[in-house]
Design a protein around this ligand. Sequence first.
Ligand SMILES: Nc1ncnc2c1ncn2[C@@H]1O[C@H](COP(=O)(O)OP(=O)(O)OP(=O)(O)O)[C@@H](O)[C@H]1O
Ligand SMILES: [Mg+2]
Length: 191
Amino acid sequence: MRQPNLFSLSRKEGWRRFADAPPRQRPDTLTRPQLAALGEAAAEDYNDARHDWHANFGIVQTPQLAGIHDELEQIVASNRQDGDRIRSAAVIDALPGLGKTTIANLFGRDFDRQQMRRLSTVTEAGHERIPVFRVGLTSNTTLRTLNRMICEYFGHPATDRANAAALASHALDCVLSCETQLGIIDFTDRR
Ligand SMILES: Nc1ncnc2c1ncn2[C@@H]1O[C@H](COP(=O)(O)OP(=O)(O)OP(=O)(O)O)[C@@H](O)[C@H]1O
Ligand SMILES: [Mg+2]
């Protein structure tokens, strides 16, 4: 039986679990006699599995979701400029609750899986490969907080003490060492 996944997508370990998780298995549909035949513990387990299943309703491939996925794919695929050139970024903006976070996470997961399939899990220099970083921020965030959140995602030890410039340099260091290709910055408006 699979428990609900208790992890944060804003930490590399949590993101890895999200990216590597196999699809959930739907619990068998039991008939009334089969249900009645279950012992107390088995019934409890069965109901628990059903609750998990229903709480994790699958993602519906809406036209909007598919459309944005394609556009993001184009933007990321054409971002092949060398490091001295500016690359384009994508911004997804919509009213609350329309699925911006959902789309970004799904796209990031597909991208992560692709990269991990094509490249080794460890970089040539021997660092852990982390193709995607993801941070969640509120709307009034400073550059310092953004860099701190990136460092926290990567598990950098010096996130509390460092000043703004050091944080920026640690964040850059993490991204370069882990050969991170995609960054997701998820804003939640708490106004
Ligand atoms: N394509 C989809 N299929 C199924 N559920 C979806 C889909 N898109 C969004 N949802 C569900 O709708 C809810 C809101 O989605 P989400 O959090 O992605 O929206 P959001 O635009 O990021 O909202 P906010 O502006 O508050 O951050 C979530 O519970 C999510 O699981
Ligand atoms: Mg959101």
